[in-house]
Design a binder for this molecule. Structure first.
Ligand SMILES: [Fe+2]
Length: 315
């Protein structure tokens, strides 16, 4: 009898607890509905602010991406040789006197700096930020440069060249130069952007003419603004190519990649990373600045650091 009473009391207790819980959740729901109603604008403003701050950060905060490129063709004296790539600055400012950009470059202690075009922007014309960058960068390491479409399309390339020369930058306009390090040498070539005077169809010819100036046993680097010519670079037999132009596809979607790149269109193939074709390895920088679209999504401005590894040395 007592046991039955205890059981009834217990059931009543459970029912009461359930009712209390139901009331609690209902109250909470009503309260949150009232809160949302009264604070809709505030919540929306906070959301927009957070998204805007993330976009500003993602468009202005520089990241350094490191790659190791190994080859038995790299002389042992070049083992550990560090190349920083600066691409597609597009006349962008990274702090006073490009302080934030320079700090990132200094931090990785490069032996060489390569600039792969679009240091200026033909739409937002100006050379101030380019000059500020070069004035600081020239003290860090030797600089090699190749033009991008914005230099050649600006019709002010002569002005850009004069500034580059002022800061002792090696301009690789369809030219090959020698890089000496310790007791060894490698070659570095560069091709003027293909948008100039409809040179597109002559790209393979120009590339092989340049390559013919390099001995077959010499390690060869090519600077070329556009990554979409990778078949031509590989066909000509360059060991390592640095390119940019694609801006990382501007907006990146996880597991899918970049959305759009100039001259590659939507869902572009070459937007970042190291791409292998035949014996050629191509480093594609996501670049630093922007042109038509002023923001980047999940695609922070980038400098690349490529460290050469000599397999000769390892053997
Ligand atoms: Fe470009």
């Amino acid at each position: 009898m007592i046991e039955k009473e205890i059981l009834i009391d217990y059931n009543i207790e459970i029912k009461e607890t359930r009712i209390k819980k139901k009331c609690y959740w209902k109250k909470l729901k009503i309260e949150s509905e009232i809160f949302m109603k009264n604070n809709k604008i505030k919540i929306l403003t906070a959301f927009i602010l957070i998204v805007a701050l993330l976009l500003i950060w993602g468009t202005n905060d520089i990241v350094t991406t490191k790659y190791f490129i190994s080859s038995e063709r790299i002389p042992s004296d070049f083992d550990g040789y560090r190349i920083v790539q600066v691409s597609d600055l597009h006349n962008k400012e990274f702090g006073k006197n490009q302080k934030r950009l320079i700090k990132k470059i200094k931090a990785v202690n490069p032996d060489l700096i390569v600039i792969t075009g679009d240091i200026v922007d033909r739409r937002k014309w100006g050379t101030k930020y380019m000059e500020e960058f070069l004035a600081e960068a020239k003290g860090i390491a030797s600089i090699y440069y190749v033009s991008g479409n914005h230099e050649v399309w600006s019709f002010k390339y002569d002005k850009v060249k004069k500034i580059l020369e002022k800061y002792n930058v090696n301009i690789l306009d369809d030219d090959v130069k020698t890089i000496k390090h310790k007791n060894s040498e490698i070659k570095i070539a560069g091709i003027i952007d293909t948008g100039f005077e409809d040179r597109e169809e002559y790209v393979p010819e120009i590339l092989s003419n340049l390559k013919n100036k390099i001995k077959s046993d010499e390690y060869s680097i090519l600077l070329s603004h556009r990554p979409e010519h990778i078949d031509d670079y590989a066909e000509s037999g360059y060991d390592l190519v640095f390119s940019g132009h694609a801006h990382g596809g501007q907006i990146r979607i996880p597991f899918i990649g970049g959305i759009y790149a100039p001259h590659q269109g939507f869902m572009p193939k070459y937007t970042k990373g190291v791409i292998n074709k035949k014996k050629t390895k191509m480093v594609v920088s996501r670049g630093l600045g922007n042109s038509v679209i002023p923001i980047r999504v999940l695609n922070r401005p980038e400098i690349t650091l490529t460290v050469l590894k000599s397999e000769k040395y390892m053997n």
